[in-house]
Write a protein that binds this ligand. Sequence first.
Ligand code: NDP
Length: 314
Amino acid sequence: MGARVLDGNKIRDQIKAELAGQIRDLKAAGVTPGLAAVLVGENPASQIYVRSKVKTTEALGLYSEKIEWPATTSTEQLLDLIARLNAREEIDGILVQLPLPPQVDAKRVLEAIDPGKDVDGLHPVNIGNLVSGRPGLVPCTPAGIIEILVRSSIPINGARAVVVGRSDMVGKPVAILLLHNHATVTICHSKTRDLAAVAREGDILVAAMGKAASVTGEFIKPGATVIDVGINRLTTPEEVRRIFHDPAGPLGELEAKGSVLVGDVQPEDVREKAGAYTPVPGGVGPLTIAMLMANTVKAARLRRGTRASAGSRS
Ligand code: NDP
């Protein structure tokens, strides 16, 4: 019997439908949540991400503002922009697309964002709230991973969870969220010894290392739930042949589309060994933007809540 596919697109649609109701209530109370997306430079991946974030913001009927500045922008100019966005009442969320150009002090810029408008959840105040279990804005991809697990009825309480990757944006916050949901959590990284053996202990295995298909069958406990966060683009037939046991289909895709998307988990192995898994594409990715929208609505409610008594889950 094949592993169960955890369909991120379906869960994203559920979340968006719930948000639409909350947005309707907020608007009836005179509040239109607003998101400002700041893009610096011309990184093609960042351009695609921001375009898709703005599109979703508009589709949900939120107020959206896209601010595009050249790659030569300085830290001081960005700090000035953030101060102005912090002061504007109609802006509830400020999203600074990463990475920023090398001359910009990204930490200073992120720390300048009003924590109440920090919809990426990367401000130290929100990180502190997350770690100590206080209400706040939680990073989007980790929050999306928990939504996938909970809405798919994957038991977290008491489970052994292994997270591979310790970044501030994904690995660390997802580990904290799993811990708050009563998993026993192990965090792995590039210095972990015998990674496959440690990973194999996970009833839930989260792969967030940014290395194409590097979590192979020997990393997966039979029947485990595998969450694949990675997004890696293969662009040559050699790469495709190296990664896939049966490369015919992906080679056809490469020829047709110019690239093949794979996660950090070997897609054929996970189908064979896992009990449930998120595919790439169509797993974790769709949740990231949905949770950005959820954070924007939450930020609007928390900040302007006295005037809007919208019902909500959190
Ligand atoms: P980072 O590069 O910031 O972090 C990668 C982490 O993985 C580091 O902690 C690193 O360890 C660890 N690592 C790298 N190689 C290995 C290895 N061989 N064995 C064990 N650990 C390793 O990446 P991010 O956390 O930002 O992103 C991870 C992946 O998720 C990327 O593919 C990214 O594109 C994707 N992503 C997807 C999103 C989505 O919406 N689906 C959103 C955000 C990211 P160390 O600390 O020791 O260097």
